[in-house]
Design a protein around this ligand. Structure first.
Ligand SMILES: NC(=O)c1ccc[n+]([C@@H]2O[C@H](COP(=O)([O-])OP(=O)(O)OC[C@H]3O[C@@H](n4cnc5c(N)ncnc54)[C@H](O)[C@@H]3O)[C@@H](O)[C@H]2O)c1
Length: 360
C-alpha cells in the first residue's frame, strides 16, 4: 500500500468545469484544502460557497501561491489558459489544464518550452480518454487484438445551439479546434507513436456562417499517419437547435490487420421524452423535450454522485497525485500535436491545400 499524499488544490477559473472539478475534488479522500479564483468575483465566491472551499479570490497568482497549494487546475476559458498556466508551471507543482492546451500554436509553444525547461508535471484534460468505451478500446489495441491499425474514422455531431455558445465565448473556439480536438487526441492516443504527417480537409458553410461566424457547418478531414494509416475525422455542430443530444453524438471505428472495432457513441440507445423539459449542462436557458440520456460530454449527476468521463478523469489525476498511480491523461507533446492537427484541418479546409506536419 503506497503512502497517500495530502492534496491542496487551487482551481483557477470557477465556471462550469472548474465547478465540476471542485465538486469532485471535494469528494476525494486525499484532498484537504481547496482554494478557487476567477476573474469574475461572483463566480469565485459562488464556487467557494457551493463546495465549501477554504479560500476564494479574483487574484490567480495569489491562489496559486498559497502555502497549502500543491496542485493546480487551470479551468479558465479556452483563450485564457496561457497566462495562468505559465504562472502555474512557475510554482513547480503538478498542473492540470483543460483542453485545448491553447487556441494558438504560439501560446502552446510557450507552454511546452516552459514545461520542458522546468520538467513540469503537466497534464491536459482530454476527457474522452476516460470514457469507458474508449478506455476499453485502448485495451483491445494494447492486447494486440486489432493487429496493426491501418485506418480509422470518427465523426462528431452536436446542436447549433452549443456551437453558438462556444463561438460567442471566443471565435477561435470552433467545432474543429474546441470539439473535434477530443477525437484528434483520442486517435493520437489509440494509434500511439504514429503521428499525423498530412492533413486534407473540406468544409461547407451554412447556418453558422449565416449567423455571422466564419465557421463551417460541416468539416471532413483525411489524416495520414507516419506509417501510412489513414484516419477520417468529421464534425458538424450545426444540427437542429433542439437536437436531442446535450453533448457529443459520436461514432468511432478502428480498422486493423487482425480486427475491427465499431463504437456507437451517439447515445440513441437511451431516449427520454419529457413534457417537463430536460436542462442542458451548458446552456442555462435551453430545454429540450426529447433527450439522449448520458450524452452530456463531462458526464451526469445521479443520486449525489457524478458519473462519467470527467469524474473518472479527475479521480485518476488526484489518485496519481496522492499515490503515484500512473494516469492516462494527455501530456504536453500530445496536446501540442493535437492542436497542430486541428489548426491544419482548418487551414486545409480554408485553402483547399494539403497541410504537411513534422512530427515533434
Ligand atoms: N473535458 C470536458 O468535458 C470539458 C467540457 C467543457 C469545457 N471544457 C474546457 O474547460 C475549460 C473551461 O470551460 P467552461 O465550460 O468551464 O467555461 P466557463 O465559461 O463556464 O468558465 C470559464 C471561467 O473562467 C473564468 N476566466 C476567464 N478568464 C480568466 C482569467 N484570466 N482568470 C481567471 N478566471 C478567468 C471566467 O470568468 C469563467 O468563470 C475550457 O478550456 C473548455 O474547453 C472541458
Amino acid at each position: 500500500m503506497q503512502a497517500k499524499k495530502e492534496i491542496g488544490l487551487a482551481i483557477v477559473g470557477s465556471g462550469r468545469i472548474g465547478t465540476l472539478r471542485g465538486k469532485l475534488a471535494k469528494m476525494h479522500p486525499s484532498v484537504r484544502f481547496i482554494a478557487v479564483s476567477d476573474a469574475n468575483p461572483e463566480a469565485a465566491e459562488k464556487l467557494a460557497k457551493t463546495i465549501g472551499a477554504d479560500y476564494w479570490t479574483t487574484d490567480n497568482l495569489e491562489v496559486m501561491s498559497l502555502p497549502e497549494v500543491n496542485a493546480i487546475d487551470i479551468a479558465t476559458s479556452e483563450h485564457e489558459h496561457t497566462v495562468p498556466l505559465l504562472a502555474a508551471l512557475d510554482r513547480g507543482v503538478p498542473v492540470l489544464v483543460e483542453k485545448p492546451i491553447a487556441l494558438l500554436e504560439e501560446d502552446a509553444k510557450l507552454v511546452i518550452a516552459k514545461a520542458e525547461a522546468l520538467n513540469s508535471d503537466l497534464h491536459i484534460g482530454y476527457s474522452r480518454r476516460y470514457k469507458n468505451r474508449y478506455l476499453i478500446a485502448k485495451e483491445q489495441i494494447v492486447q494486440g487484438r486489432l493487429g496493426v491499425i491501418t485506418g480509422a474514422c470518427a465523426r462528431l455531431y452536436n446542436s447549433r445551439s452549443q456551437c453558438f455558445a462556444m463561438l460567442k465565448r471566443n471565435k477561435g473556439a470552433t467545432p474543429v479546434v474546441d470539439a473535434l480536438t477530443y477525437y484528434v487526441d483520442l486517435m493520437g492516443w489509440l494509434l500511439a507513436d504514429n503521428p499525423v504527417v498530412e492533413v486534407f480537409a473540406k468544409g461547407q458553410k451554412g447556418v453558422i456562417h449565416a449567423a455571422g461566424y466564419d465557421t463551417e457547418d460541416v468539416t471532413w478531414a483525411i489524416l495520414t499517419c507516419k506509417d501510412g494509416a489513414v484516419v477520417n475525422l468529421g464534425v458538424s455542430y450545426a444540427l437542429p437547435e433542439k437536437w436531442p443530444s446535450v453533448g457529443h453524438s459520436a461514432r468511432v471505428e478502428l480498422l486493423g490487420t487482425h480486427g475491427t472495432l465499431l463504437i456507437n457513441d451517439d447515445h440513441t440507445d437511451q431516449i427520454m421524452q419529457t413534457d417537463i423539459g430536460f436542462p442542458h449542462v451548458y446552456l442555462s436557458d435551453h430545454k429540450i423535450e426529447t433527450v439522449f440520456l448520458e450524452s452530456s460530454t463531462p458526464g451526469d449527476w445521479a443520486l449525489g454522485d457524478f458519473l462519467g468521463p470527467i469524474a473518472d478523469e479527475t479521480r485518476a489525476w488526484l489518485d496519481y497525485l496522492s499515490t503515484g498511480k500512473p494516469c492516462n491523461l494527455a501530456k504536453p507533446r500530445d496536446a501540442i500535436r493535437t492542436l497542430a492537427v486541428t489548426l491544419a484541418i482548418e487551414e486545409s479546409a480554408r485553402t483547399g491545400k494539403t497541410v504537411y506536419l513534422t512530427p515533434n
